[in-house]
Ligand binder design. Structure first.
Ligand code: RVP
Length: 501
């Protein structure tokens, strides 16, 4: 006989937090929202800790390279979408890793025989004003000088003027030797009041640059997620079909963490994939798995070696899986059950497997609810799709500025591998829609506001860390009538910009 669960499954919107006692030290400035991304043993530190509890969804319309860079700059991590060829995905990862280090490979290079016209064309193409001049015009050739905007006056010079006649030659440049540390490089930049420092190999070939603006950027973005070489941390989606081909390319490109992207992850395919990766690379390669919605699904993936487990079926804003296939579970109920299983697993084994709540976040306070219910971090699609950094163009529809946002199970994305059950490699029916979301501006402003709200609520609950929130939180189910009471009511609103969702 079938098993019946007669309690309805609930969503975030049906819960509220009840404030707890807060002492005078419980102020937003003292709150840390750092949280583990991957599993760790009791008493040890996780290999990757997020500075904010937010990651961006493994979706074409969300996680491209711009999003990955900006989210890492602000403390979270993106998972670049896997619904593209392994080569294209790996190239995207590589571009994120090359974006900034401290040490950046030079992406604007010319030879001394090039002309001012070439300089202007290259500057227009890359947007960068510092151009390395090397003997052969490549990024690793022998360095002979630099051209920056201070070296030429467009109004006074002929466009055919050769670079060698107006560049600053290498012997006049402040430069450093390969092997220098980043902090030594930054000291040289400060002491000499320069904007960029070329770093050269012993034989004079160019290794790369350290830029002053990157130092400034780190001061402005103290939450930056950086790897041991000071490159942005980035994740990548994989599937349980082509992992033998895709995973090596992604790792070579520098992906810090992988995640098996599937709408339903309680399956032997995920176990096989996890085993192959761990047998091939050992424990140093980190892989999340999912999605599941109950205790059994969590325990299966934890035992199979998942480094984190994602929870959520059918709650995504663009998702029609529940309508189409009749599977899924209210996100709050699913999360609460999985987090209880995670805590029991930790008690039994001493291994803490972080839980990610994926999909269905509508208001910022849903993130705090998810954390209070036990999630270590949340994955968001719609939220990030609204920002400048998402890969889709901004459009005006019916007088409203919008961005496009489509599901991986829609005809537009055709991510058959996410819905793969073995058999034919095609999407037989849609499980997602194509849509618009209201444009909401730059990621940084929005994420800062969201994090301020999370911290404020944590203070109201008397918690200054996420684990403390999880221990202290008191949550109540609310009636349909009190949900209405929770918004502005019985007044005529003058304006509503919708920026809070
Ligand atoms: P949301 O943040 O509510 O927009 O949900 C994003 C999540 O929805 C994704 O992380 C993924 O789990 C799920 N998704 C992506 N595509 C589809 C679909 O086409 N059904 N669902």
């Amino acid at each position: 006989m079938a098993i019946y669960i007669n309690e309805p499954a609930h969503t975030f919107n049906e819960y509220l937090l009840i404030p707890g006692y807060s002492g005078t030290d419980c102020i937003p400035a003292n709150v840390s929202i750092r949280t583990p991304l991957v599993k760790f043993k009791k008493g040890e530190e996780p290999a990757i800790t997020l500075n904010i509890p937010m990651v961006s969804a493994i979706m074409q319309s969300v996680s491209g390279e711009k999003m990955s860079i900006e989210l890492a700059r602000n403390g979270g991590v993106s998972f670049i979408y896997g619904s593209q060829s392994p080569e294209d995905e790996a190239a995207m990862v590589a571009r994120v890793k090359a974006k900034k280090a401290g040490f950046v490979p030079s992406d604007s290079n010319l030879s001394p025989e090039n002309t001012l016209a070439d300089v202007l064309a290259l500057k227009a193409k890359t947007g960068h004003s510092t151009i390395a001049i090397t003997e052969d015009g490549t990024s690793s050739g022998k360095m002979v000088g630099i051209v920056s905007s201070r070296d030429y006056r467009v109004s006074r010079m002929d466009r055919s003027e050769k670079v060698k006649n107006f560049m600053t030659p290498v012997d006049k440049l402040v430069k450093a030797k390969y092997g220098i540390t980043l902090s030594e490089a930054n000291d040289i930049i400060w002491d000499n009041k320069i904007n960029s420092l070329p770093v050269l190999y012993e034989d004079g070939r160019l290794y790369g640059f350290v830029f002053r603006k990157d130092y400034d950027s780190h001061q402005e973005n103290p939450n930056e997620m950086l790897d041991s070489q000071k490159r942005f941390v980035v994740g990548a989606g994989i599937n349980s079909r082509d992992y033998e081909e895709r995973v090596p390319l992604l790792l070579e490109a520098g992906a810090d963490v992988l995640c098996i992207d599937s709408s339903e992850g309680f399956s032997e395919w995920q176990k096989i994939t996890l085993e192959w990766i761990h047998n091939t690379y050992g424990e140093k390669v980190k892989v999340g798995a999912g999605n599941v919605v109950d205790r059994d699904g969590f325990l299966f993936l934890a035992k199979a070696g998942a480094d984190f487990v994602k929870v959520g079926i059918g709650g995504g804003s663009i998702c029609i899986t529940r309508e189409t296939k009749g599977i899924g579970r209210g996100q709050a109920t699913a999360l609460i059950e999985v987090c209880q299983a995670r805590d029991e697993y930790y008690k039994e084994t001493g291994i803490y497997v972080p839980v990610c709540s994926d999909g269905g976040i509508v208001y910022d306070h849903h993130i705090t609810l998810a954390l209070a219910m036990g999630a270590d971090f949340v994955m968001l699609g719609r939220y990030f799709a609204r920002f400048d950094e998402s890969p889709t163009p901004t459009r005006t529809v019916g007088g409203t500025v919008v961005k496009e946002y489509w599901g991986e199970g829609s005809n537009r994305a055709r991510n058959w591998a996410r819905y793969d059950l073995g058999g034919e490699k095609k999407l037989q029916f849609e499980e997602g829609v194509d849509s618009y979301v209201p444009y909401a501006g730059p990621l940084k402003d929005n994420v800062e506001k969201t994090c301020a709200k999370i911290k404020a609520t944590m203070c109201n609950c008397g918690a200054i860390t996420i684990p403390e929130l999880q221990q202290k939180a008191k949550l109540t189910l609310v009636s349909a009538t009190s949900i209405v009471e929770g918004g502005a009511h019985d007044v005529i609103r003058k304006e509503k910009d919708g920026s809070d969702r």
